[in-house]
Design a protein around this ligand. Structure first.
Ligand code: GN1
Ligand code: MG
Length: 363
C-alpha cells in the first residue's frame, strides 16, 4: 500500500497533513485533496500522474511550470488582483524536482485554490464567461518565450494518427468486439476524410498551430463565488495544436444536453444556446489573434472533437479498455454511442452554427 502522507512529505509543503481524500472525476490521473491541520497553511492537490499515458513526466511538469509562470507574469502586468487564485502553483519536491518518483509512480503537488466551484454543466451565461476565459488563456500564451512547448502526448489531437490507431485496432480485434460495433465503425470511416481537414489545411500552410489547452472540459475550470471564471486547470495537455481543439472540446462537453456517457441517447443533443454564448465570449477575447480560416472552422472544430472522442472511446473499447477508467465493462461502448449521437446532432446544426459565427464577425 502506498502511504500518501509519506508521498506528500517528499514535497516542500507548509503545515502538517490532516487528511487526504479523493478529488474530482478525471478519466486519466488519480487526484486527491490534501488538507493541512493549520489554519494559515494552504491545502494542496496531490496527483498520481498516469505514466502509461504521460511518458515524459519531466517535460510535462516543465511545460506546466512555463505556462503558469507566463500566465502569472501576464496577470501581474495587467494589474490583476488575487493572482494566486488565477493560476496554478506547482510545489516542488524537496530535492528540487517538479515531481516525485517513488520507484513506481510519479506524483505532483499544486496548491489547492480555496473557495472555488466546479461544474459538470453550465448555463449560457457561464458559457459566455468560459469562452472569454479560454480565449484569454490562449491569447496570454501566444507569446510564451523560449522553445515551443513540447507535446506531452505526441499527436494528441492529430485526427490522422488517431484514425491509424483505430484502423489498426479494428484489424486486430483483440476482444472480438468488432462484429457488434461494425455499424458504428462504418459510420466513422465514412466521415474519416472530411475529419482530417485540419491536418490538410496545416500542411498547406493555411491553419497554424498555437498553444492550446487540449482538454477544455467544463470541469477543468474553477469558478469563484460569483460565477466568474478564476482559473483553468488540468494543464497536462497544454501544447501546440489547432484552436479548433479547444473550441470544439468545450462544445462537446458543455454543449451536450446529456452526459458524456449518457445511457439514454434521447438526452444527448447539442444545446445551441451554449454554443452561441461560448462562441460569443471566445471570439471576443480571441479575435485579436484569430485568422479568418480559424474562425470559419470553429463549427467544424465542434464536429471534429466530438468525432475524435467517439473514435477514441471506441478504439479503447475494441482494444479492451486500457486507456480510460471505466465503471463497468460496456462503459466505453456506452460513451461511444453517446458521443456519436452528439456528433449527429452537431452535424444537424452545422449551418446554423456557421451562420451565427458569421453574424458575430460582421457585428
Ligand atoms: C480525459 O482526465 P480527463 O477527464 O480530464 C482525456 C481527454 C478526453 C477526456 C474525455 C490525457 O480527460 O483527452 O477528452 O478524458 N485526457 C487525456 O472525457 O487523454
Ligand atoms: Mg480533468
Amino acid at each position: 500500500m502506498i502511504n500518501k502522507e509519506d508521498i506528500v512529505n517528499q514535497f516542500d509543503i507548509e503545515g502538517t497533513v490532516a487528511e487526504i481524500a479523493p478529488l474530482g472525476n478525471g478519466l486519466i490521473n488519480d487526484t486527491f485533496k490534501v488538507i493541512t491541520q493549520e489554519e494559515d497553511a494552504p491545502d494542496y492537490v496531490l496527483q498520481r500522474i498516469n505514466h502509461a499515458i504521460f511518458k515524459d513526466v519531466d517535460l510535462l511538469q516543465r511545460n506546466i511550470q512555463r505556462v503558469t509562470d507566463h500566465i502569472r507574469t501576464k496577470l501581474a502586468a495587467r494589474g490583476e488582483t488575487d493572482i494566486e487564485r488565477k493560476t496554478l502553483r506547482i510545489i516542488p519536491a524537496r530535492d528540487g524536482k517538479l515531481y516525485h518518483f517513488d520507484g513506481e509512480n510519479y506524483w505532483r503537488i499544486t496548491v489547492l485554490i480555496p473557495r472555488v466551484k466546479t461544474y459538470e454543466a453550465v448555463t449560457p451565461e457561464f458559457a459566455y464567461y468560459t469562452g472569454k476565459a479560454f480565449g484569454d488563456f490562449q491569447s496570454m500564451l501566444v507569446d510564451i518565450p523560449g522553445e515551443p512547448l513540447g507535446e506531452t502526448i505526441p499527436n494528441f489531437h492529430n485526427m490522422e494518427t488517431r484514425l491509424e490507431a483505430f484502423k489498426e485496432t479494428v484489424a486486430r480485434d483483440p476482444e472480438g468486439r468488432v462484429k457488434k460495433a461494425q455499424w458504428l465503425i462504418d459510420e466513422l470511416m465514412q466521415r474519416a476524410y472530411e475529419m482530417c481537414k485540419a491536418e490538410r489545411l496545416h500542411r498547406e500552410g493555411k491553419l497554424p498551430k498555437r498553444i492550446n489547452h487540449c482538454d477544455t472540459k467544463v470541469n477543468n475550470m474553477l469558478f469563484d463565488e460569483n460565477g466568474q471564471v478564476l482559473c483553468v486547470i488540468d494543464l497536462d495537455t497544454t501544447m501546440p495544436g489547432y484552436v479548433l481543439s479547444d473550441f470544439g472540446d468545450f462544445i462537446r462537453t458543455a454543449g451536450n444536453t446529456g452526459a458524456e456517457d449518457d445511457e439514454n441517447l434521447d438526452n444527448v443533443n447539442l444545446n445551441m444556446e451554449i454554443f452561441k454564448s461560448y462562441a460569443k465570449g471566445y471570439i471576443e477575447s480571441a479575435k485579436s489573434f484569430l485568422l479568418p480560416i480559424e474562425t470559419e472552422n470553429l463549427p467544424f472544430g465542434a464536429k471534429l472533437l466530438t468525432y475524435m472522442q467517439t473514435v477514441r472511446f471506441l478504439t479503447d473499447y475494441l482494444d479492451g479498455d486500457h486507456y480510460y477508467k471505466i465503471k463497468h465493462p460496456e462503459h466505453n461502448w456506452q460513451r461511444s454511442l453517446a458521443q456519436f449521437k452528439l456528433l449527429q446532432s452537431i452535424e444537424a446544426h452545422e449551418n446554423e452554427m456557421s451562420a451565427y459565427i458569421k453574424s458575430l464577425m460582421t457585428a
